[in-house]
Write a protein that binds this ligand. Structure first.
Ligand SMILES: Cc1cc2nc3c(=O)[nH]c(=O)nc-3n(C[C@H](O)[C@H](O)[C@H](O)COP(=O)(O)OP(=O)(O)OC[C@H]3O[C@@H](n4cnc5c(N)ncnc54)[C@H](O)[C@@H]3O)c2cc1C
Length: 403
């Protein structure tokens, strides 16, 4: 059985579901195909390991597409301050939302909560069919109209195929779009913990030669710790019993962490940098991790994915308004032009952080301290960095702009 749509989105993670919401209410007939429906949220459930720091620009997009209330009504944690410093150095740089007249710098939200709020919004739109859970068996890309075959034999046909299916994107592969990639010599161990402090409003990161140690506040006295280190060291930390691991946390993390009362869960993630050689071709567009994967040390991966969403939706809605061929390479190139360069800049900035901070080389050490010192002392530099972290610096697509 074949069902035809204008737009077929493969992957209903945070990015794919957000694209569907942004196209909700338009004249496009859209389908969103997702392999796994996230588990229902219940108050009092333990926090998930996968959390993201969502910028103010992402919050604005999520508000504008009707999903933000579904996040805050479930669970989220605003943070107002962000502190960074280097181990064994006294100078720390503090970014405070009050200094620029903002209520907060961002929110830490469990990825599942964001995805649930988005999928709930998707279901409210008559022009969008959610096919979930449904595994994609085959993607047959054609510049005229592509076919997605599901494991149950159904065939979904679309003029425009959007790949939001993550780093291993089948859509990207089917369209023959190549990637450049390398693995960082670093992995991220994420631990969900209960702290002895009440709810906090600060996220902090201490740089060490082997990688940063980061703290992200969650609701109540819960928090997420991220320990970046070499794959061998992460393997050693993962093999420890909970008790020994907590001792290592207390020893290695800075004293401002305080006492950890309980370790709830931990896991680790390999870190890869990956960039699609093109984001678009005739009849196909890539967004989010299917187009780019970056080092998570500044928490920007899904934030730049959400800016892809805002820009792609803007281009598609504009094409409908103007009566342009929405699936043509010419139309889609406007999206690529606006996003690829911005994402590359963000990747290069993260790479610079990774290389400059992850070593003991003396000139780089001086450079780092100079950099952090400059950020602290120059009154005009800090607000720019703060606004950059909030996603408000540089070109912001209109769907993510505050009115
Ligand atoms: C340790 C760590 C910490 C991070 N912290 C942050 C942070 O603080 N802030 C931030 O902005 N980013 C952060 N990131 C990055 C962020 O997690 C990713 O950028 C984000 O999850 C990408 O979302 P996505 O929807 O593009 O892709 P994915 O999350 O990979 O979603 C892809 C979706 O497609 C579905 N899918 C895949 N293939 C198919 C198929 N064939 N058929 C049907 N469905 C399919 C999957 O089920 C999935 O739901 C972090 C990453 C890591 C590893």
């Amino acid at each position: 059985m074949k069902t035809e749509y204008d737009i077929v989105i493969v992957g209903g993670g945070m990015v794919g579901a957000a694209i569907a919401c942004a196209l909700g209410g338009s004249r496009y007939q859209v389908t969103l195909i997702e392999g796994h429906y996230p588990d229902a949220f219940e108050t009092g459930q333990p926090h998930d390991l996968r959390v993201s720091a969502l910028s103010v620009a992402s919050e604005t997009l999520l508000r504008n597409i009707g999903a933000w209330d579904g996040i805050t009504s479930r669970r989220s944690c605003p943070y107002r301050r962000m502190k960074v410093w280097e181990a064994n150095e006294s100078a720390a740089t503090l970014f405070d939302s009050e200094e620029i007249g903002e209520a907060h710098l961002g929110h830490i939200v469990e990825n599942r909560v964001t995805q649930l709020a988005l999928l709930e919004t998707v279901k409210q739109h008559n022009n969008i069919d959610l096919i979930c859970p449904a595994k994609t068996k085959r993607v047959d890309y054609s510049s005229g109209s592509s076919i997605v075959e599901l494991e149950d034999g159904r065939e979904i046909v679309g003029r425009l195929l959007i790949g939001a299916d993550g780093g291993e994107s089948k859509v990207r592969q089917a369209a023959g779009i190549g990637i450049t990639k390398w693995d960082y010599n670093q992995q991220a161990l994420v631990a969900s913990v209960v702290t002895s402090y009440p709810q906090q409003d600060i996220t902090w990161q201490q740089f060490t030669p082997t990688g940063p140690l980061a703290f992200l506040p969650l609701s109540g006295n819960h928090a997420s710790l991220v320990w970046y280190n070499t794959p061998d060291e992460i393997k050693r930390l993962m093999a420890m019993s909970d008790h020994v691991f907590l001792e290592a946390v207390h020893q290695e993390f800075p004293s401002c962490l305080g006492k950890i009362d309980q370790l709830l869960d931990r896991s680790y993630f390999p870190l890869r940098r990956q960039h699609a050689q093109s984001y678009v071709a005739e009849g196909v567009a890539l967004a989010g991790d299917s187009a780019h994967m970056i080092h998570p040390l500044a928490g920007q991966g899904v934030n730049i994915g959400f800016m892809d969403v805002a820009m792609l939706a803007e281009v598609l809605l504009d094409a409908q308004e103007q009566g342009d061929r929405f699936y043509s390479k010419e139309t889609l190139a406007k999206y690529e032009k606006a996003r690829r360069h911005q994402n590359l800049l963000m990747m290069q900035t993260m790479d610079a952080f990774y290389h400059v901070f992850s070593n003991d080389n003396l000139p780089l050490k001086l450079l780092r301290n100079l950099g952090l010192g400059v950020a602290n002392k120059l009154p005009f530099a800090k607000p720019h960095i703060t606004r950059f972290a909030m996603g408000l610096e540089g070109p912001v697509p209109s769907l993510a702009r505050r009115t």
